[in-house]
Design a protein around this ligand. Structure first.
Ligand SMILES: [Zn+2]
Ligand SMILES: [Zn+2]
Length: 359
């Protein structure tokens, strides 16, 4: 038996339960978690914005050590440090064959997996296929990537979702160039990772926007050169800071119609807005046809930072080892597994950035 944070129904708080993990089957791996980040997508799964089969153990941003591999597993070995990958790609579908593994047709099926049982025998689903809110998990080998042996697993956990997404959005999706101006709406874990990515590639003006004034220090630590409180004549202040034109790039890390519209309006003519946040289906973003023509702007969706994990993780690890990327700077709370329900509640109230569960 191990302990895990279980979501039994949409909208209910997570409960800490003893659960039973079977031995790994063919192609599966048993992992002991070292740390897991509490991501905004966990909140979206818990409150029903995103759909997850239940009951489930959430958590998809984690790192740990392999305990045991099932028959036929060749990519990782017992005792090895590993990163969970909630977006495994099949390698064979049209998207995988065309360099877009983050859009793989098979990924969603990896999220519909039963992997453990409650003490009363009820089967549990693995949230986003990985179930990192447990002391241990069982995952398909495709949901794991090896890490260097000298890595700090607590920091590495944050690479799995926030940092690959945020840095990938800057480098892969938007291709931000040195000297360009960047504005980031929403400074949670992913938004802070976008700020770090913008700093990494040499953006000159990097503006963080958030509804919470207390986020300013955090935003600046993660690479913001400027901070604007949301609602405070945001578009005008961004134009003032960018020679009257507007920003070259906006990144929307909230997932709301209002901020998507603000982000688009804060870019210059010909500028680009990259929407990283995951919104609901019950809002609409409005544009009038003439402004679409006149401003010549681009509005672009972004899934998992357009990441090819086999290509991008080694590069990101190099930046972490050299100190140019600092996952630990995202973390506002180091917590225990028992605190996971409260961490989701805090996130719902838009307090803090990343909570990191240390096992
Ligand atoms: Zn996530
Ligand atoms: Zn595929």
């Amino acid at each position: 038996m191990i302990r895990a944070a279980v979501l039994k129904s949409v909208g209910s708080p997570l409960t800490i339960e003893d659960i039973h993990l079977p031995p790994p089957s063919a192609g599966e791996v048993h992992v002991r978690l070292a740390a897991a980040g509490v991501c905004h997508s966990d909140l979206s799964l818990a409150n029903g914005t995103l759909v997850q089969a239940l009951p489930a153990v959430l958590g998809h941003e984690g790192a740990g050590t392999v305990i045991e591999v099932g028959p036929g597993v060749t990519n990782v070995r017992s005792g090895e440090p590993v990163l969970l990958n909630w977006s495994p790609s099949c390698g064979g579908c049209w998207f995988c064959m065309h360099g877009e593994p983050y859009l793989c047709e098979q990924t969603a099926s990896a999220w519909q997996r039963r992997y453990a049982r409650l003490a009363d025998g009820t089967e549990l689903y693995a949230g986003l296929g990985t179930a990192a809110f447990g002391e241990e998990t069982i995952v398909p080998s495709s949901a794991l990537v090896s890490l260097p042996t000298n890595i700090n697993l607590e920091s590495a956990a944050l690479l799995g979702c926030a940092m690959l997404t945020g840095v990938g959005a800057v480098i892969n999706s938007a291709a931000v160039q040195p000297g360009e101006s960047v504005v980031v709406f929403g400074t949670g874990g992913v938004g802070l990772s976008v700020l770090q990515g913008a700093r990494l590639v040499g953006a000159e003006v990097v503006i963080g926007v958030d509804i919470t004034a207390e986020k300013e220090g955090l935003a600046r630590t993660n690479g913001a050169t400027d901070f604007i409180l949301a609602g405070d004549q945001v578009a005008r202040r961004i134009r003032e800071r960018t020679a009257g034109r507007g920003a070259d790039h906006a990144f929307e890390c909230v997932g709301s119609a209002t901020t998507i519209r603000q982000a688009w309006s804060s870019t210059r003519r010909g500028g680009r807005t990259t929407v990283v946040g995951i919104g609901t289906k019950d809002e609409k973003v409005e544009f009038h046809p003439q402004e679409i023509f006149y401003f010549g702007r681009t509005l672009c969706g972004c899934v998992f930072g357009s990441t090819d994990i086999a290509r991008d993780l080694p590069r990101l690890l190099e930046h972490v080892q050299s100190g140019r990327i600092r996952p630990e700077d995202l973390v506002t709370n180091h917590i225990k597994l028992e605190d996971a329900p409260e961490a989701l509640a805090q996130m719902s109230a838009r307090k803090g950035a990343r909570s990191l569960i240390i096992y």
